[in-house]
Design a protein around this ligand. Structure first.
Ligand SMILES: [Zn+2]
Length: 84
C-alpha cells in the first residue's frame, strides 16, 4: 500500500483528486478498524499488561497483551504488581 501512496503523491493533484483519495483511504481505515474490532470482540483478553499512555500526568490502563484492547483502569493491586 505504501508504494501506491508514494506514486500518487508525486503527481499534481486537483482538489477533486485529493478529495477522492482521502475518501478512499478513510474508507480503508474504517474497514481496517472494523476488522480490528471484530478480532478484539473475539479475543478472550486472557493476558493483560499495565501500560502508561500519553504524556504528562501518568495515566495507566490495562491493555490486552494479545489484541491491545483497553480493559480499563487497573486496580491498586495490579498497579502495585506492575511497579507503579
Ligand atoms: Zn484481547
Amino acid at each position: 500500500m505504501s508504494e501506491k501512496v508514494e506514486s500518487i503523491i508525486k503527481k499534481d493533484l486537483s482538489t477533486e483528486d485529493i478529495n477522492k483519495l482521502i475518501f478512499e483511504y478513510k474508507g480503508e481505515i474504517d474497514l481496517i478498524n472494523k476488522k480490528i474490532e471484530e478480532i478484539q470482540n473475539n479475543c478472550r483478553h486472557s493476558e493483560h499488561e499495565i501500560k502508561s499512555i500519553g504524556m504528562g500526568p501518568v495515566k495507566v490502563r490495562k491493555i490486552c497483551k494479545a489484541c491491545g484492547y483497553d480493559l480499563g483502569y487497573p486496580s491498586k493491586d495490579e498497579l502495585g504488581k506492575a511497579g507503579y
